[in-house]
Each structure stands twice: as C-alpha cells, then as structure tokens.
Design a protein around this ligand. Structure first.
Ligand SMILES: [Zn+2]
Length: 287
C-alpha cells in the first residue's frame, strides 16, 4: 500500500476547533475523520489544533496550553494515526520554552502549524520569538509555520538565524508567492515547503518546483479539514514527476525528517537547564 503522510492538518474535537468552512453542514467525529482521510489514501497525519475565529487575547498562555493539551488528547483518540504539533507564543517566552520542554518529554518534535494571525502576533523575526527558537533548536524541533507573503524579510531572518532548525513553510500560494518560496529554499537548506492550502490546484506547479529544487524538501499536506484531502492526493498523483519523487513527497521526506529528530538524544538535565538559563539570564541583562 502507498504511504501518504499528510504533514499539515488541524484535527478537532469540537465545533469551535473545526476549521472546515462548511462545518454547519459537515462535521465528523475523530473516528469518522480518520476513516475520511483513509478513504482519500492518507495513512498518517500531523499538525496542530486551532480554533478559528476565537479572540484568545484575554486568556493568555493558558489558551495556548489548552490547544496543545487537546492535540495530545487527540493523539490518543487517533491511536497512532496522528502526530501532534504544538503552539508557542512570543508574548510568553518563558512559558513557551517550558512548553517545548513539556512536549519534548512526551516525545513531540513538531511545533505548529503556527498561526500568528489567529493568536494575535506577527513578525517572525521578533526577538522574543527568536529566543523561543533558540530553545526549539536545542530540543531538535521541526517548525511548521503559516507563511505571510508580506513578511518575506522577517521569514528570511528567522530561517537564516536558526540554521539547525528545519522550517516547513505552509501553503505554496499562487505563482508569485511560490516563486518566493523557491528562491528562499534555494538560499537556505533548512527551508522546506508543504503543499497545503492554495497552490497545488494550479496544474504543473509541483513538477515545476521539483525541477527547480528537487523533491527532497517538499512535503505532502492538505490543511484538512479546510481543504478536500482526496483532491490533494489526486493532484500529486497526476503531476508529471517520477515515482521516486512522488514517494519522497508523499512520505519519504516526512519520515526522514521525523526519524532524524527522534534519534537526537534527549538533553541531560544539567545541559538543558544551562541552555535555558543562558537565554533567560542574558535576557534579564539586556533589559
Ligand atoms: Zn493550516
């Protein structure tokens, strides 16, 4: 059987967490959603829990932690079918770093998809976020992030300042945005792309990207349940690329990415604390 890992989904339990645009008439339980994805040919999913349309500003970091806890709960519900991604927030540096440590202990290696536009922040190059990424780097995390075309410079800075982190950009976009991704990826080996959201329905986009960059840093993704997973699987199947390239995109690259992270040894307590306090001590000094 063909393995297809959907790197970019948003599993949900409640109506509030469901990102489907037509959820008033189409809402599935976890069990039904798993069967739905399997019917499309998808054998594993990854991603974060989100709550579209909710103003979370008043709830502070407790809100972020709640979404992350829900992702861990859904991991149980999906019984090995789902690899959770978790959120961090630059307004809460210490809490975010502690969250990285907490999630690392649970074996999680994926941060995101990060959705700053839903969580009231912007600017991927902001200094607080850079501190969180310093810690994420120490813990061997993978960063999945919603791309913002007008933040090209900020994204460039984020990626170039953290060369050991893999940054998986979400959404190829229309041609202009996609060209921006391709240029960024040719400058930075640690810049990857997932196929979720806008882009893949433009016929030929995948073979174009593979010709420019190779297939090794492109991950299959849908943005389920916002997007129709069957359509994305069929689009990749129908693109004019080789079987090996297709296999890389459907599952090979994601497996390589996660297995490299899982092999990274856990940090000893002393060393982990040293990293943590180095960052915070310096921060206090600079105030
Ligand atoms: Zn998404």
């Amino acid at each position: 059987m063909r393995e297809i890992i959907d790197f970019h989904t948003h599993p949900y339990e409640t109506l509030e967490e469901c990102s489907c645009m037509y959820k008033d008439s189409f809402f599935l339980s976890s069990e039904e959603a798993k069967a739905d994805l399997q019917n499309a040919g998808i054998t594993h999913i990854c991603g974060s829990v989100i709550e579209p349309g909710r103003d979370c500003a008043k709830e502070g970091f407790a809100y972020i932690r709640r979404l992350n806890d829900k992702a861990c709960k859904l991991e149980q519900d999906y019984q090995g079918y789902y690899t959770p991604g978790f959120h961090v927030h630059p307004d809460y540096v210490r809490e975010s770093c502690e969250e990285i440590e907490r999630m690392h202990k649970k074996g999680l290696r994926l941060i995101g998809e990060l959705v700053p536009y839903m969580h009231g922040w912007s600017d991927y190059s902001n200094r607080n976020f850079a501190e969180i990424l310093d810690v994420a780097e120490q813990y061997g995390m993978i960063i999945s992030y919603h791309t913002v075309e007008k933040e090209a410079e900020q994204m460039e800075r984020m990626i170039s300042e953290h060369k050991k982190l893999i940054f998986v950009a979400a959404h190829p976009g229309q041609r202009a945005g996609y060209e921006q991704h391709i240029e960024r990826m040719s400058r930075h080996e640690n810049a990857w792309l997932d196929l979720s959201g806008t882009g893949l329905f433009r016929y030929g986009m995948l073979s174009y990207g593979v010709k420019k960059l190779g297939s090794e840093r492109i991950l299959f993704g849908t943005d389920y349940p916002i997007c129709n997973p069957g359509m994305y699987v069929q689009a990749v199947l129908h693109e004019h690329i080789t079987d090996k390239e297709r296999e890389n995109i459907f599952s090979g690259n994601a497996k390589r990415l996660f297995s490299a992270r899982q092999k990274q040894p856990g940090r000893t307590k002393g060393r982990r604390d040293a990293v943590y306090y180095f960052i915070f001590d310096n921060r206090k000094k600079s105030r």
